[in-house]
Design a binder for this molecule. Structure first.
Ligand code: HEC
Length: 120
């Protein structure tokens, strides 16, 4: 009896705090550049860019060139980062959202995405 009620109290405390150990672990896991590119609430790059080399990049849009041979097309990492940070600098009428300038992604997330995309 004693044990049962202390378990119930412990459970009530956990629920009251609104902390599920599973959710806490999920939050602690940092998103990778790939996660951010794929995630609709983050980069959502797949809405417009395909990734032909990644079979999990399903049903991408084709409003823009696919991510292929990126290192050859963007040997200069700073240029690639600048395109992702603010695509309107190169083309004021671009469809592409200015991810850094409008704080859609954090500076760190822009770095993760740049490294991932440059490797495609
Ligand atoms: C709403 C559509 C859209 C989304 C979403 C989008 N882009 Fe773009 N992107 C474009 C278009 C269109 C271009 C072509 C250049 C232009 O029109 O400015 C482009 C160009 C680029 C280029 C340079 C052009 C090239 O040679 O490939 C890179 C790099 C790029 N996008 C990366 C990204 C990344 C990374 C994301 C996600 C964080 C992203 N884009 C999300 C539409 C989009």
């Amino acid at each position: 009896m004693q044990n049962k009620s202390s378990i119930l109290i412990a459970l009530a405390v956990v629920l009251a705090a609104g902390v599920s150990p599973v959710v806490a672990a999920e939050k602690a896991k940092e998103l990778t550049g790939r996660d951010i590119v794929f995630e609709r609430s983050k980069g959502n790059c797949l809405a417009c860019h395909g990734i032909p080399g990644d079979p999990e990049a399903e049903s991408p849009g084709n409003a823009a060139l696919p991510f292929v041979a990126m290192k050859g097309r963007f040997p200069d990492r700073a240029k690639l980062r600048a395109q992702i940070w603010d695509a309107t600098a190169a083309n004021p009428n671009t469809l592409m959202p200015p991810f850094g300038k409008h704080q859609i992604l954090t500076e760190h997330e822009v770095d993760l995405v740049t490294d991932y995309v440059q490797g495609l």
